[in-house]
Design a protein around this ligand. Sequence first.
Ligand code: ZN
Ligand code: ZN
Length: 932
Amino acid sequence: MNKSDLLSLFSSDYKKYYHVSLFDRLGFARQKCTLCGRCFWSILHKDICPDHENYSFIGNPPTTKRLSYTQTWSEISKYFRKNGHHIVSRYPVVCRWREDLYYTIASIVDFQRIAENQVIFEIPKNPLIVPQMCLRFNDIENVGSTGRHYTSFCMIGQTCDADSPGGYWKDRCIDLDFGLLVDVLGIPPTEITFVEDVWIGAGAFGSSLEYFVRGLELGNAVFTEFEGTETDYRVMKNKIIDMGAGLERLSWITNGTSTSYDCTFDHVLGKILDQNQVNFSNALGSENRINDLLSDYFSKVSSKLEVNNDISLTRKQVAKEMGIEVSKLNEIVVPFESLYTIIDHVRTLVFAISDGSLPSNVGGGYNLRVILRRTLSLLKQLRFDLKITDVVDLHIEHLASIYPELKDFRDDIHTILKIESERFLETQNRITNITSKIKKQKNKLNIDDLLRLYESDGVTPDYLVENGLLDAIPSNFYTRLAEIHSTNKGQKVESNKLNFKEDIDFTSFEKTKLIYYENPLQFVFSAKVVKVFDGNYVVLDRTSFYPRGGGQEPDHGFIGSNRVDNVIKLRDIVIHHVDGECNAKEGDILSCVVDRERRYAITRNHTSTHIVNHASKSVLGSWVWQNSAFKEEKYARLDITHHSSLSRQEMQAIEKRANDIVRQNLPVSIDFYERGIAEQNYGFTIYQGGVVPSNNVRIVKVGALDIEACGGTHVFYTGEIGLIKILKTERIQDGVVRIEFVAGANALDRVQSQDDQVHSLAARLGTSREKLLETLSKTLSDLDKSKKKLKNLLRSTSPLFIEKVIKESKRLDLPHNNNTKTLRFYLNNDENHDEEFHLAAGKLSTERDDDLVYIGIISQEAKAIKIVVFCGKVAANVIGANAIAGAIAKSFGGSGGGTIHFGQGGGNFLEKINIFEGNLPDLLRNLLVSKS
Ligand SMILES: [Zn+2]
Ligand SMILES: [Zn+2]
């Protein structure tokens, strides 16, 4: 069953699915659209549904109230609070609680958790509303042009669990939403149309009523009552009300401005226009005339442009309708479109960076870089006195009443945008070269060319337009780009899946009792064997063995006399792998021992990753999140999100901060919380290690500094760690830096071994460690000097050596074209001569003597040889340096090649070198025989 089947199913039983009590009370009648057949409810009689209506509120709003963007939210929140709703702060736009999404795309996503492909609704307060900022990158090109598309928008979520205390169902939901439109916004009831629809989400669906005023959809009340798929579903025990309404639209309907941007960004836009004293009226007619023209234009465009329609085509049509030349229209419209786009994109960056997402070339950060570069290009074209960070500040100021938290991130947002802008500028030079090449080509650029230029060279299409290399950006460019970089994370591969030979039904087993949580210090325990399979896998009824998980390596030890070398967990069952055939039987009670030293080393490393994570964030900035982590006995690493490689100072500052925390000897506490409560209490920074699949969340706190959801083992006090030593840091991909470190006794070992190295270095150089650097630089400069000396010596002696080569070369008679040709050869395997020497001597001597073959053999570390062969002009044509090099290399078990003038090769079997010398004339003669 697809969406339209479902709609006709619900519509055929409309009394059950759509007929709410308000309709009877106020005389809303059900009507059917004569154009598309959809059913809708309105007080006035109408032939067509709102889908076909123009945006007649533009320039003529249906209400006398004029609510600014932030005022609209404040009125809405007052109204819902009065009606018994809790106001919940927005959730992060970076969706860390779902494995399938990078960004929060709708308000309901806040309350959805996915476990085993099932969506679970967790509503922290009932009922509630939330001003949820949502990010969507699927129609970037429409932003700024249609008057209503955004990459970020505020979805007011009115959400409740209908079947829990405080909850309500359709009648009350629509009563409240009607009140919102009529009492809060002042819209006359006759202006409101409810359209019957369905909503299908992740693992759940239901009927919905969309409400429209003068052609503009203002909200959609979804009644989620079925879980499962459209073919296999059941009624939910706890039904969900999920009404979503765009704050941008609610404010727009009361203002009737040309575009929704004009009221959404009123403060930001106004300041920018004031500061830049934009005065279009001089050149293009009076200000009123311009405003009228913009209103007229956008009201026509808004109703014409459905998603992905061609904007330039639409503009041509509208220009014709308006009786104005396209070029003239562009002159007025394009700067506004650019400005709207810039403001939208910067708002998205403000939220995304505040919530810890960085522009990059991978994952969700990809879209951020796309819009950032687009913004920088547009800013340049616009030639305003406007920096991207100015727009950031205006947004933060404007949104302070709804999102006061943004100001805390102001400096970090500036830092990131400055770094990214500089990077973009750096690529400009390269881009200039590339574009000058394009200019020389005659072919027109197609969309694939544009994508390639963007992907591999960072050339934005805006830049190409600006430089006259492209007429217009293809309307689907950004959509195609988004397709290449899917906005979904995709499912992670489960790493614990093993291919057992035996088919085991693990669901029939009881949960393994986890002693390592109850009593982390119990290393000796007895347990009953539940199952032995595949020869060396053992399941026990209880275990102290920590299984691999959350980047922590498993415990080792013994089960009876069997050595445990790997432990994994499948759902609730812990499976031990033993080295060799397991000699235990099901039902045996065995005594087991966990390797305490190994566990303790891993445990110290694990708590250290939390500490290093916190230290990195406090040293570098709020954008630092754990990307992944790994901790084993002698080594740990933490990958963090960060924009650049770490300097040595930054690394040392992190190390210092981490060791401060160690020395403070802070308590590490572990408590379990219900997931929703943990999120509300500690925020989403608890998800450093990723999504927690269970509703019962284990919260690990290092003092009050670092609070994370984590299933690993931890020390009781940070002082137990002793020392954290960072070994190395490395930028492993765009936006991710790896920090490798060791903790505890291993850290001391490492420091001592480094100290040993310094000690022996000093001894070898015959100096003290205090004078080590001084001595080393003197030694290095001495070495440089001797190298120079040697080169000079070689240069002065080589003419003599060339004479010697020619004089001492041996005669070689070769069969050639039924005749005998006489050449000469010189074999040089003097171990004092290196490759450079041979290259010089071989070249010079064969330039002097056309009949000469120069063969140099260099032995490398007494294990292998390298062969270089030069032939004079005549010798080259008779026999060829490449053939000689190949034949010699072959006789040493290697291979070679080159040109007839110069050949080289390599081989081993060094012991043959003495015999080889005597055999060489034959080898060369044979070569020619086989050649002819
Ligand atoms: Zn219709
Ligand atoms: Zn952890």
